[in-house]
Ligand binder design. Structure first.
Ligand SMILES: [Zn+2]
Ligand SMILES: [Zn+2]
Length: 172
């Protein structure tokens, strides 16, 4: 769904849309599971040079690889967003103007408007935790044989400590 300046000049646009997996391009290590739902409103802010505000709510499930065992890890996203897009402004020497620190929800657009799928993609990436886990207590892969320790106890044990340290421990 595309929000064009021309249309926004006349009225805000309400949206209530579903995206099937694949319609929003995600980094290749992530995939959308089931439908993504987005509802909200896009408007052109008055007294600005074409600033577009898109706010709403996004619900989706995204799957990536567990950081500990590499099995699929799913994240349910249910987040509200409030994004501001400014038209790209180029200075005389065509350098882009950069963001001030702290203006985190401000982005730029080029051309006739903003594509909702692009905004949602950004929002998905912002909503993901730094690390994905298949479950909070994932035991990960065995560092000795590589077995998935959630599935079975492979029986590997760390090498025995130096016996001299063991005797020191006995003293304590
Ligand atoms: Zn895991
Ligand atoms: Zn093992």
């Amino acid at each position: 769904m595309f929000f064009s300046i021309t249309e926004l000049e006349h009225h805000p646009i309400l949206f209530d849309v579903l995206y099937q997996p694949g319609e929003i391009s995600l980094p290749e290590d992530l995939r959308q599971v089931g439908e993504l739902a987005a509802v909200g409103r896009a408007e052109l802010l008055r007294n600005t040079l074409g600033e577009i505000r898109i706010r709403g709510r996004l619900k989706a499930a995204v799957e990536g690889a567990c950081d500990r065992c590499l099995e699929p890890a799913r994240v349910e996203i249910d987040s509200r967003f409030d994004l501001f897009y400014r038209p790209v402004v180029r200075t005389a020497n065509h350098a882009e103007i950069h963001l001030e620190e702290g203006e985190i929800d401000l982005a730029f657009y080029e051309g006739e408007g903003v594509e909702l799928a692009e905004a949602l993609r950004e929002q998905i990436l912002l909503s993901l935790p730094m690390q994905l886990f298949c479950r909070p207590d994932c035991k990960g892969l065995c560092p000795y044989c590589g077995a998935n320790r959630n599935l079975a106890d492979c029986g590997c044990r760390p090498p025995l400590r130096d016996p001299r340290w063991a005797s020191l421990k006995d003293l304590g």
